[in-house]
Design a protein around this ligand. Structure first.
Ligand code: ATP
Ligand code: LTN
Length: 335
């Protein structure tokens, strides 16, 4: 196995829309925990984003925005490698190789593929189908030990592990087999319009999501309108999926347990509780928003971060690629 003095963390977010509090609580906020002890790679996965049709100008802007949000959420570019996937060509290169070690049946079983095919029935392209092998390439390229993600990505991660194990069993130790990191409380933040559905940044219903960049009054309005059941008690129990979701969000922003929240709102109604959730969320996001605004005014700085990130990531990726090429039996062009 490759010698490493630190364990490696890798994760990615698609620049496919304005990030939601699902992305924030389920993924990005957890990324910051690792900066001191791990070698961390956080990627803006623009190649994944084009599995769904994107307007070029929007994709470009969102790539900058996603990078800026990484930093605004507390990821220090000096301590973490922050980069854009398409700046390191090894991702696409390894993805092709891994495609040849991934079965059609495995990809057909992926629930994200089934969901996204249903949503984009006029554009069920091959990239949407092989999306998980590109994700496996992202992870395996860096000899990643741990991948912080929301629970929706668990199946993809299991496939990445299977691909790594398959490759290792054919060619001998090549890839570290990665572990998921999915904190339970925020593993799946649900839609505010339909608490049986995941909150998703590409949801067309604006009332379904709270965006990291929404102004305070919008955040409060969206929580006020959140769909809940017809009861009136603030209790964390099955059958009250809307309230459970709001309690999880409130707990995540305030650090309070479900028991503490039940006590705090004992005898109080949904209206008062929803207002408290909105305020807690808006207050926590305010510093992220002001940092984001500063960063977006300094494109040169963001470009500098991108360039350094790509260089750093590229160096690590080349090491894995040369190992993979050798193991497979690819020749080198001697120049
Ligand atoms: P899209 O709607 O474009 O598919 P998305 O909102 O699902 O996007 P991704 O870019 O696919 O977001 O995911 C980025 C990270 O955020 C992943 O780790 C994913 O698991 C996590 N994540 C996304 N939505 C949620 C959610 N509702 N709850 C918890 N984690 C989430
Ligand atoms: N598929 C992920 C984004 C993603 C990712 C990764 C996450 C792409 N490559 C590697 C973790 C590790 C999603 O959130 N939909």
């Amino acid at each position: 196995m490759m010698y490493k003095d630190k364990k490696v963390v890798f994760s990615g977010v698609q620049p496919s829309g304005v990030l939601t509090i699902g992305n924030y609580l389920g993924a990005i906020r957890n990324f910051t925990e690792f900066s001191d002890e791990y070698l961390c790679y956080y990627c803006v996965v623009d190649e994944h984003a084009i599995t769904v049709r994107q307007t070029p100008a929007d994709l470009r802007r969102r790539t900058y925005e996603t990078l800026a949000l990484y930093i605004a959420c507390g990821l220090d570019p000096e301590k973490n490698t922050l980069f854009v996937q398409s700046h390191v060509s090894a991702h696409a290169e390894l993805a092709w190789i891994l495609d040849c070690f991934t079965m059609f049946g495995e990809l057909s079983r992926m629930t994200q593929f089934k969901d996204k095919s249903a949503k984009n029935a006029d554009n069920i392209n091959a990239g949407l189908f092989t999306y998980p092998t590109l994700m496996a390439a992202d992870i395996l390229l860096y000899q990643t030990d741990m991948v912080p993600v929301g629970v929706d990505q668990k199946q993809h991660l299991e496939l990445a592990r299977d691909i790594a194990e398959r490759f290792n069993s054919v060619f001998g130790d090549t890839f570290v087999v990665p572990e998921p990191y999915i904190p339970k409380a925020t593993a799946k933040i649900m839609s505010l319009a339909d608490p049986s559905k995941k909150m998703s940044k590409s949801d067309e219903n604006e009332n379904a999501t709270v965006r990291i960049l929404d102004p305070k009054d919008v955040i409060i309005r969206k929580f006020k309108r959140a769909v809940t059941d017809s009861g009136s008690e603030i209790k964390y129990e099955d059958g009250k999926e809307g309230i459970k979701n709001l309690m999880s969000i409130y707990g995540a922003f305030t650090g309070k347990t479900m028991d503490e929240i039940e006590k705090e709102f004992d005898g109080k109604g949904y209206g008062e509780f929803k207002l408290a959730v909105g305020e807690a969320c808006a207050d926590k996001l305010a510093p992220v928003q002001s940092e984001f605004a500063k960063l977006m005014n300094d494109k040169a700085y963001l470009e500098d971060v991108m360039a350094k990130g790509a260089e750093n990531a590229g160096r690590a990726a080349v090491r894995t690629m040369s190992k993979v090429r050798r193991k497979i039996g690819f020749t080198e062009a001697k120049r």
